[in-house]
Design a protein around this ligand. Structure first.
Ligand code: PLP
Length: 478
């Protein structure tokens, strides 16, 4: 390659080398800055984490573990991975004589599959919180018709659920079913559960069948590090997490394991988990990401992070209070929240989560539709999930969430008006045709009605207000 080609090809900036991708990055940055990010699984990581994540560490192969690699040139990568492991234990106040950690999983899903691979034999029995109850796919999810997740394809799965009235985990039913199913592993933790976990009760249930107990604390790990949630490490054998939710790091996963556990074949849990990550489930670790995790874990052990985590919870409680009290009086699953997320039950309004998600999206409010206890139709869930972790990273406090509640209320009122308009139109058409029929409004009819000028104008008005408000806050890392 000529010197000219080298400079223009390998050393050019992104904007010079690839304006198309550069432009998309700029647009996404602008979208993040000018919208209200309420997706409970997202956060805004720090500049230092992004710098580590975008560093030349991405160039290096390092299959294996520190001191036992399959490639040369790992003298700094070994130090980095050991530093990351040390910080992971420190961030959760764990004794290195009792707990070990693997920091190589590429994501939460691969961390969970590797943990299952290490703990279980193929077709062993697993019980996890069902997806419609707020559990994650990787906790054994399957439907009546299909095994969806590899955790149900390669293992036998029987879910436990939340109580259909209270929305709280039904520990009694779980316990009763363990007597029938005799699981080898019970998984706790969730993607959409607004309450804390009773790990002591779960340990007792697991001990009744010499089952392993694993917590997937992906959503709440930042809150656990800050000691504002119950501590899963007190009772569990294995704890997995993502690193990019409340922990506010880069996108990856971690697996913590108790070092003292050994299997009947004499192999330790530590050795099984490490072998499950590599070579069973993954190849070379993403060292740039491990550097980002190390940075995030150092931050998570700081007093500033504790203040952040406390504020995440205060903001969520405040948003719950505002939405559920006068003048709004909206219904929340379980009546509120102990953590960073709430589930808004839209069924009393006769609205679906998909419709509200759509209008919010058009108005620069980012959240997601979610099943709510009592939903009959999994395809069209009856609520939305809202989280406070990302906006708290932008400096939002309680009074800012009062404003967020106002915007959410406006989006819901708009959704109701669009839906009423659709129903009226249907009734009119039916009257004109001398017919009677269903007035159920399909999502595509609803979306089409939202483009009518009167609604488009109202949506644009809300979007302008939301953008102005969101833009008045700083963005971490930009
Ligand atoms: N575990 C839980 C509880 C989650 O909520 C998620 C993702 O949202 C995951 C695991 C999977 O993480 P990832 O998307 O990094 O694979």
């Amino acid at each position: 390659m000529s010197a000219f080609a080298y400079e223009s090809y390998l050393n050019a900036s992104l904007s010079e080398q690839d304006p198309e991708v550069y432009d998309l990055v700029q647009k996404e940055k602008h979208r993040q800055q000018s919208s209200l990010e309420l997706i409970a699984s997202e956060n805004f990581t720090s500049k230092a984490v992004m710098e580590a994540n975008g560093s030349p560490l991405t160039n290096k192969y390092s299959e294996g573990l520190p001191g036992a690699r399959f490639y040369g040139g790992n003298e700094y990568i070994d130090v980095l991975e050991n530093l990351c492991r040390k910080r992971a234990l420190e961030a959760f106040s764990l004794d290195p004589a009792v707990w070990g950690v693997n920091v190589q999983p590429y994501s939460g899903s691969t961390a969970n599959f590797a943990a299952l691979t290490g703990l279980l034999a193929p077709q062993d029995r697993v019980m996890g919180l069902d997806l419609p109850s707020g559990g994650h796919l990787t906790h054994g999810y399957q439907t009546d018709k299909k095994k969806i997740s590899s955790s149900s394809i390669y293992f036998q799965s029987m879910p436990y659920r939340v109580d259909q009235v209270t929305g709280l985990v039904d520990y009694d039913a779980l316990e009763a079913n363990t007597h029938l199913f005799r699981p080898r592993l019970i998984i706790c933790g969730a993607s959409a559960y607004p309450r804390d976990w009773d790990y002591a009760r779960l340990r007792k249930i697991a001990d009744g069948h010499t089952s392993f107990l694993m917590a997937d604390m992906a959503h709440i790990s930042g809150l656990v590090a800050a000691k504002v949630q119950n501590d899963p490490f007190e009772y569990c054998d294995v704890v997995t997490t993502t690193t990019h939710k409340t922990l506010r790091g880069p996108r990856a996963g971690l697996i913590f394991f108790r070092k003292a556990i050994t299997f009947s074949d004499g192999e330790s849990l530590e050795s099984k988990i490490n072998a499950a990550v590599f070579p069973a489930c993954q190849g070379g670790p993403h060292n740039n990401t491990i550097a980002g995790i190390a940075v995030a874990l150092r931050q998570a052990a700081s007093p500033e992070f504790k203040v952040y985590a406390q504020q995440v919870i205060k903001n969520c409680k405040h948003l719950c209070d505002v939405l559920s009290s006068a003048p709004y009086n909206y219904k929340l699953a379980t009546g509120g929240s102990d953590n960073h997320l709430l589930l808004w039950d839209l069924k009393p309004l006769k609205l679906t989560g998909s419709k509200v998600e759509k209008i919010c999206d058009l108005a620069n409010i980012t959240l997601n539709k979610n099943s709510i206890v009592g939903d009959k139709n999994a395809v069209s869930p009856g609520g939305v999930r809202i989280g406070t972790a990302a906006l708290t990273s932008r400096g939002f406090v309680e009074q800012d969430f009062t404003k967020v509640a106002e915007f959410l209320h406006a989006a819901v009122q708009l959704s109701l008006d669009i839906q009423s308009h659709c129903i009226q139109q249907k009734q009119q058409q039916q009257a004109e045709g001398g017919k009677s029929g269903s007035t159920v409004v399909l999502l595509k009819e609803f979306v089409s009605a939202a483009t009518a000028p009167e609604f488009e104008q109202r949506i644009q008005g809300l979007k302008d207000q939301v953008s102005e408000f969101a833009n008045s806050f700083k963005m971490p890392g930009y």
